[in-house]
Each structure stands twice: as C-alpha cells, then as structure tokens.
Design a protein. Structure first.
Length: 246
C-alpha cells in the first residue's frame, strides 16, 4: 500500500501519472454510510467527464439500476454489471452477457433444501439479475461455501460483498469484465484508476494502473489498494477528482 500522508494533504496519485479512464464501484463507494448517493459525487464525476476522462460504473448491482444511475449522472463510459457478467454501452448495439444466471439460481434453490431457513429468493434485485444469483448478506457464508464446494455446482464462486452473497460463474469478475471493456474502448489497463470498497473490487485493483480504497472499506481490500482514502465511502470521490484534475 502506498498511502502517503503529508500533514493535512495526501498524495492520491503516483508522480507524473494521471488516469485516462476511471472505474468506480457503486454501493459503499459512491454511496454514504446511509446507502444514499453522496451528493458531492454527482458534480465530481461530471467534472471528470467534462475533462475528457470517461467514467465506468463497475458494480455487483443489476443493469436496470446501474443504467438508471449512469443515465442520470450523464456518464459516457460503459457499465460493468453483476461483477462483470453483463457489459453494456449504447454504442455497442448489443449487450455482452458473459454467463447465464439460471445455474446460480438453481444452486440457491438447492441450498435452501440443505440449510434450514435459508431464503433462496435472496435479495430484491434478483428479479432483474441476468448472469448470477444473490443471497442475503447475513446468510451463513461458511456453510454456503462448504455446501457449494461439495455439490455439482462446485465450479461456482461464492463471494460476499457488503450487500449480498453472490453465486457466480468463475470467469466472472469486475477485472475480467473491465479488460473486455477497455479493449473495446481502445484503452490500456495501465491507464485505469479504480475505486472500491469490497472483496469483489479486488479483481479490478489487480489489473488497474492505480487503485483507491474508500474509507470504511473491508480491511483486506484496503490492504490491497495503492491508496486508502481518509474520507468515508462516497466522500472520497470529490477530493480524489480534485487531485486527478489538479
């Protein structure tokens, strides 16, 4: 980790480097402690776009919700939804589906026969989910992981974020999705700055030229980041954008 504190200032970026594209997680990264979009995020992301730096939304959330946010924030970058399972931009002419969520849904239904009280229907946004399936975050992660590993769905990944437990095909990750997106944009991963807070953000930290963990991120996500923000969650974005554009 390369966080450098300089009195009341901090070094957000490496010397002589600025991103050409920025990828941001949504939940826990653009939101505040009340799970609401941090108001300063709206102006900050628009300033990046106005400066010619496209913003990519990279999230475990579904396309319907991500598209709404993308539209109202007036962003130009593609969206990377469901942890890289659904990739979309209006100029592409089609949506890139990288998995079929029916298998993960079947695994969730099977888990409900093995764990008393488990609700296989999971979180509300499953009604729009296209490439994976999500159980509630407070379900028994250890038991779910053990059962899946011993089942015919042993190839599925089980990942807990702050908002859900994701059952997903192993090729899916934000990092692998962003590689496809960057290639379509004609950009390099070395020019990417990414911002996140949860375990599903680690794969994009691994490929990006620079990574920032927001204040309040999972401890091991902070350890993996190049910089840890002193500002909680969405309050990170405005000062980070100030540094990029300074």
């Amino acid at each position: 980790m390369s966080f450098v504190s300089l009195g009341k200032f901090m070094r957000w970026l490496p010397d002589d480097w600025k991103p050409k594209v920025v990828a941001v997680d949504i939940d826990g990264t653009l939101t505040n402690e009340n799970k609401l979009i941090e108001p300063t995020v709206i102006d900050a992301l628009q300033r990046l776009e106005d400066a010619g730096i496209p913003v990519i939304l990279a999230t475990g959330n579904v396309r319907a919700i991500t598209y709404g946010l993308w539209r109202f924030l007036n962003l130009s970058g593609p969206i990377c939804c469901e942890n890289g399972g659904v990739l979309w931009h209006p100029d592409w002419g089609e949506t890139n589906y990288r998995a079929d969520g029916s298998e993960a849904k079947a695994a969730a239904q099977w888990l409900a026969t093995k764990i008393e009280g488990l609700n296989w229907e999971g979180i509300e946004t499953n009604q729009w989910r296209e490439s994976e399936w999500c159980l509630a975050a407070d379900e028994d992660l250890e038991k779910i992981t053990q059962l899946i590993s011993e089942s015919k769905w042993s190839h599925l990944s089980v990942i807990r974020t702050g908002f859900a437990i994701h059952l997903m095909e192993p090729q899916l990750s934000k990092g692998s999705g962003l590689k496809i997106i960057l290639e379509r944009m004609g950009m390099r991963a070395a020019d990417l700055l990414c911002v996140g807070d949860a375990p599903n953000d680690l794969s994009m930290f691994e490929i990006a030229g620079w990574s920032v963990a927001v204040g309040g991120a999972f401890a091991y996500v902070s350890q993996a980041a190049d910089v840890v923000s002193p500002f909680a969650h969405g309050k990170t974005i405005a000062p980070l954008v100030d540094a990029i554009l300074s």
